[in-house]
Design a protein around this ligand. Structure first.
Ligand SMILES: [Ca+2]
Length: 119
């Protein structure tokens, strides 16, 4: 689990997941700066899933593929942990994705930043 940011990861495994955590009183804002995965009508080839909690069994916020930025560029969690689950099949690979993340205090929606990072 990554608690603070500044780390860069290159994920090449066929499936992997990574959790981002903030303080238990906060939630997370993920901001995508780049996103390009293999296109598929149902995102069944390569995809990124974002889950609102500790692992990929937590509520799924969305499954994303293709070249559109997830959530139009920004995805908010309600939980203080977000889990990214990435899957790639054996054929066709694209550039991947890059995002920054920060933690915010839900009670202050001017969004004071806490733990943050770049992936
Ligand atoms: Ca692929």
């Amino acid at each position: 689990m990554v608690k603070d940011g500044g780390k860069q990861l290159r994920i090449t495994a066929s499936s992997s997941s990574l959790s981002l955590s903030s303080l238990s009183t906060q939630s997370l804002v993920l901001t995508f700066v780049r996103f390009k995965l293999e296109e598929h009508p149902d995102c069944a080839a390569d995809f990124l899933q974002i889950h609102d909690g500790y692992n990929p069994t937590a509520r799924r916020i969305g499954r994303y593929c293709g070249a559109s930025l997830p959530g139009g560029g920004s995805v908010n969690t309600t939980h203080f942990v977000a889990t990214l689950f990435f899957h790639a099949d054996a054929s066709v690979s694209r550039d991947g994705f890059a995002l920054t993340w920060r933690s915010v205090d839900p009670s202050q929606c001017t969004c004071r930043s806490g733990a943050a990072g770049i992936l």
